[in-house]
Unconditional design. Structure first.
Length: 530
C-alpha cells in the first residue's frame, strides 16, 4: 500500500528544500551584489525614509477629501522632508565608515593570520597593490565630495525649515512688530489710512481657536488704534471654555480702552430644533445681524471686519484690510479644511461659476493669472472665513457717509422673486440697509454668507468684490499649518504652481449633490443638493 510519507515522498521533499535553499542563497548573493554597487544602499535607505515620510504625512492629514489633497503633492513634500534626513544619515556614515573599515581590516588581519602582519620582511609591491594605491586619491576626493554635497543639502534644508514662511505673507510684519514694540502705543494707530473698523464675530464651541484668534485681534487693534475700533461678539450655546475665554478678552479690551460689546452665553435667539436647510441659515443670519446691532445704532465706522472661528495671523488681517490699497467694496481671504479650499458653497468666480478646491481655484485665464501673481481676484461672491466690507450698505440711510453708494438707479435689477426687488429705492444711496438673510423661494439655496455679497452686487450695485489669495485661514490647526505654511513653502509652492499647475482641478470642484444637476439662477451656478 502506498504511503504519503514513504521514501519517494521524503526524497521529493528533500529536493524541494534543497531547491528552496539554493534559491535563497542566490537571492542573498544578488542582494549583496546590489548593495556593493555604488549608491544602491543609499537609494534603498532613501526609499524607505520617503515611504515613512509619505505615510506620516497622510496619517497627519487624516480623513481628507482626496481631490483636495493630490497624492503627487504629498509625495513631493515627503521627498523634500526625506532629502535632508537622508543626507544627514549619509553624512554620519561617511564620517564613521573609515574608522569602522580600518578597525575591521585590522581585526580581520590579526585573526586571519595575515603573513604581512607577522613577517617583518619587506614584500615587493604587486601590480594589484600599486593600482589600489594609485586609486586612493580618487577615492578620497569622492569621499570628500560626498561629504560636501551632504552638508550643502543639510544646510539648505535647515535654511528652508527656519525660513518656511512665504515672503509675501509677512510683508506687513516689520511695521507691525515696530508698532507692537512701541512702549507708548498710539491710540490713533499705525495704519496708512485713517479708517474706523467695526470688528464682528460669532462663536460657538471654539475653545481651541479662541486663544489664537483673540491674540491676532489684539495685535490688529494695536495697529488700527484703540480709538478706531469697536469689537462686537456674540457667543451662544457653548458647553466648553469659550465663555471664559471671551470674558478674559473683554477684560483686556476694557483695559486697553477699546469700545466693545461681547455677549456671552446669549440665548436671546432661539436655536431651532431642526438645524438643516433654511431653518439653520435663518438662525445663523439672525446671529450675524445681532452682532451688527451696535453698528446700526450709532454708525461712525468705515468698514466691517467680520470673522468666523478661524486661525489667522495679524499680518493676514492687515493684508485683507489693505486689499488693492483699500479700493474694494467687499474683500475676503481663502479658507481651507478637509476639502482643500473650504467655503466653496459660497465662492464663485467673476462670472458666477463654481470653483475648485485646489490651486489655482479658478478656471478662467484672468483669474488664473491673478492667482499666479497673488493679486486679488475679482469674484462674484465670497466669504472664506473672514471678510472686510464697506459699512454703508448695512447702515441705516441716515447714518451713511454717502461716499460709497451710487445716487443713480441700478442698471441690473434683481429677479422678481428676490426678496429685495420691491424694496429697492430710486438708487442704492436711498435703499434700505442690507441684512444677513436666508434664501427666498426660487433662489439658489445658499448660506447667509453668500447672500450678503450677492446683495452687495445686485441690490447696492457694488461690484468691487475680491478674493485675496495672500489671506489664508482655516478652522482646524492641522489644515491651517498645511495650507498656510507647508503648501506656501518655497519648493512646495514651486511644485504646486509650476509643475502640477492645476492638473485635474476640474475633479476638485466640491459640488453639493449631483454634479450633472448644477443649475443657474440670475447668472450664478447653484448647488443641486440632493
Amino acid at each position: 500500500m502506498w504511503s504519503p510519507f514513504g521514501p519517494a515522498c521524503r526524497l521529493h521533499l528533500r529536493r524541494l528544500l534543497a531547491h528552496a535553499r539554493l534559491a535563497l542563497v542566490l537571492l542573498w548573493r544578488n542582494l549583496l551584489f546590489l548593495l556593493r554597487l555604488p549608491a544602491v544602499p543609499q537609494l534603498f535607505a532613501f526609499y524607505f525614509i520617503w515611504c515613512y515620510a509619505n505615510l506620516a504625512v497622510i496619517e497627519y492629514l487624516g480623513g481628507v477629501w482626496d481631490p483636495g489633497f493630490p497624492k503627487l503633492w504629498i509625495a513631493w513634500i515627503a521627498f523634500l522632508v526625506t532629502l535632508p534626513t537622508s543626507a544627514a544619515l549619509q553624512l554620519a556614515w561617511l564620517l564613521v565608515s573609515p574608522f569602522l573599515c580600518r578597525r575591521l581590516a585590522r581585526k580581520n588581519g590579526l585573526e586571519g593570520g595575515d603573513e604581512s602582519a607577522r613577517d617583518p620582511r619587506p614584500h615587493p609591491r604587486s601590480p594589484r597593490t600599486s593600482t589600489h594605491a594609485l586609486r586612493r586619491p580618487a577615492a578620497t576626493r569622492l569621499w570628500g565630495t560626498q561629504i560636501v554635497f551632504c552638508v550643502l543639502i543639510i544646510l539648505l534644508g535647515h535654511y528652508q525649515y527656519r525660513n518656511y514662511e512665504h515672503p509675501g505673507d509677512v510683508r506687513f510684519r516689520p511695521a507691525l512688530r515696530k508698532a507692537l514694540a512701541d512702549p507708548y502705543p498710539k491710540r490713533s494707530g499705525y495704519a496708512p489710512r485713517a479708517e474706523k473698523v467695526f470688528i464682528a464675530a460669532a462663536f460657538h464651541q471654539n475653545e481651541e481657536v479662541l486663544p489664537y484668534w483673540t491674540k491676532t485681534m489684539l495685535d490688529t487693534i494695536t495697529w488700527l488704534g484703540p480709538d478706531n475700533v469697536f469689537v462686537s461678539i456674540v457667543e451662544n450655546y457653548s458647553s466648553d471654555k469659550s465663555p471664559e475665554l471671551l470674558r478674559a478678552f473683554e477684560a483686556e479690551l476694557d483695559r486697553r480702552g477699546v469700545k466693545n460689546r461681547i455677549l456671552v452665553q446669549d440665548e436671546s435667539i432661539k436655536r431651532p430644533p431642526n438645524m438643516d436647510g433654511n431653518p439653520r441659515i435663518e438662525f445663523l443670519a439672525a446671529i450675524r445681524n445681532q452682532v451688527l446691532e451696535p453698528l446700526l445704532l450709532t454708525g461712525g465706522y468705515d468698514r466691517v471686519l467680520f470673522s468666523n472661528d478661524i486661525y489667522i495671523e495679524p499680518e493676514s488681517v492687515l493684508e485683507l484690510l489693505e486689499t488693492r490699497d483699500g479700493d474694494y467694496d467687499f474683500a475676503c481671504g481663502l479658507d481651507f479644511g478637509h476639502f482643500g479650499a473650504y467655503d466653496m458653497w459660497v465662492l464663485r468666480d467673476r462670472v458666477g461659476r463654481l470653483t475648485a478646491g485646489i490651486w489655482p481655484y479658478f478656471f478662467d485665464k484672468g483669474s488664473y493669472d491673478a492667482v499666479k501673481k497673488e493679486d486679488p481676484v475679482p469674484v462674484f461672491a465670497c466669504w472664506n472665513g473672514i471678510v472686510a466690507f464697506r459699512a454703508d450698505p448695512v447702515l441705516p440711510i441716515a447714518l451713511r457717509a454717502n461716499a460709497t453708494l451710487s445716487t443713480t438707479p441700478i442698471e441690473h435689477m434683481p429677479p422678481s422673486n428676490h426678496p429685495w426687488t420691491k424694496e429697492i429705492g430710486a438708487s442704492p444711496a436711498v435703499t434700505a440697509p442690507l441684512r444677513f438673510r436666508a434664501s427666498a423661494d426660487g433662489e439658489c439655496y445658499s448660506s447667509e454668507s453668500f447672500l450678503l455679497p450677492y446683495d452687495f452686487r445686485r441690490v447696492m450695485a457694488l461690484t468691487k468684490i475680491y478674493a485675496n489669495p495672500r489671506v489664508v485661514t482655516a478652522y482646524v490647526w492641522k489644515y491651517y499649518v498645511w495650507h498656510k505654511w507647508v503648501l506656501r513653502a518655497k519648493y512646495v509652492k514651486w511644485f504646486v504652481e509650476r509643475v502640477y499647475d492645476g492638473a485635474w482641478m476640474q475633479y476638485a470642484r466640491m459640488i453639493v449633490g449631483d454634479g450633472d444637476q448644477v443649475w443657474t439662477w440670475d447668472g450664478v451656478d447653484c448647488h443641486p443638493w440632493w
